[in-house]
Design a protein around this ligand. Sequence first.
Ligand code: BGC
Length: 503
Amino acid sequence: MAEPSSSSSIKIKSRTSPYVVICWIFAAMGGLMFGYDIGISGGVSAMDDFLLKFFPNVYARKLIAHEDNYCKYDDQMLQLFTSSLYLAALVSSFGASKACSVLGRRPTIRLASVFFVVAALISGLAPNKAVLIVGRILFGVGVGFGNESVPLFLSEVALPHRRGAVNIMFQLFVTIGILIANLVNFAVANIHPYGWRIALGLAGVPGLALFIGSFVIMETPSSLIERGHEAEGKQSLQKVRGVDDVEHELEQIKHASEQAKKVKHPFKKLMKRQSIPPLTISICVQIFQQFTGINAIMFYAPVLFQTMGFKNDGALLSAVITGVVNVVSTFVSIVAVDRLGRRKLLLQACVQMLICLVGSGVILELHLKSVGTLDNKLATIVVVLVCLFVMSFAWSWGPMGWLIPSEVFPMETRTAGFAFAVSTNMLLTFLIAQAFLSMMCHMRAGIFFFFAAWVVVMGVFVWFLIPETKGVAIDEMEERVWKVHPVWKRFMPRDDGKGAELT
Ligand code: BGC
């Protein structure tokens, strides 16, 4: 479908200085915090000491040898431990959007890190369930602030023809965070009775790294200019481009900022016809990202593998393997996203994910009964299918869920629009975290077919409705993407002034 004619129409001079690379890396540490949290809770909730202290009922059920395979971890409170973080992140992403607009991207990143460090301390020392949940909620606020500000920061400092790769640094660090968490889970599983405290408390390390990073990175040129600091904005642009002559791009940002200033209420503007295309796409990309079922695997990989008959250690080890696959495959995306484009990666992944989900579903349906385990060979095949599934997610829906919403909104609705993407991610992650164990208990292997059906829906959506945004400057999307797309052009104001309302 719609491809932009060529790469950006603005002639941008640039030189990637080591300082710029350091900025990318430090900002992307926000992803590390998010990823560590995703990875840590599944492992912690499979640890006996943790269950004994906070969820003795689940522990007691786990001990009954013939407990139903698909139901042994089904406990609303245990699921709430995993998912409360996402509810807090959902709400806080709107506050983070305001912070991003009023204070800027950099202070919002710093705030995120502070929430994280405090949350890690509280969780690691938690004496009871209530404090444990407070810690999770603070982690959530940190995630809301970090996930709102970091992808925006990265997209705004990147050159158009490298924006995909730079933005995906966030997702890369998410995957590294998940992997580190899996390794930590593995390492502390046999430290009794405090292994889980170490696992939760170590979340403070990425938080601390981000806090330090927030003093090293600069504010983005767009954010400075949007907030009226033109001279600093120019300096920041010179710094991120590594050259003095930035006039052309500066003019473009100033123009976007003048348009933005006419809009007093970004959230109201988001409800106008003209915002429907980027808003629909940003929300849907996030809904679909979660309906791939990825977090059923990320949160509950150890639990899932135990269900298949791996012992505690075997289960954690398999989760480490999926973690490595996740990191390595994200590099494919970094290399491919600005060459092949977003659409091709998303469509290819739909096919691969469909095959893996249906394959795993069939094996479990036929061979994993309520009691007993899968035989070794079949369990290994399921692990391989799960790895192939994670691989395709890692180069497609994972990174695109953050990249696409960060690049499709004009300056005036960017932070507000992106907040919808972040909160949709959190809402869906919450629902899946909260519902997955119960769904597995009721739907059994059918859960794999449920996600497979969604993969088909998202493939059709990409084919018809997601435009290619590779190489287009972030402030040129309207002209070069929306106005030429066969479906979305109807929502855009026409050059003769008719059509969608402007403000
Ligand atoms: C998603 C997370 C997921 C992770 C897996 C992220 O992009 O938002 O929900 O767990 O990717 O790598």
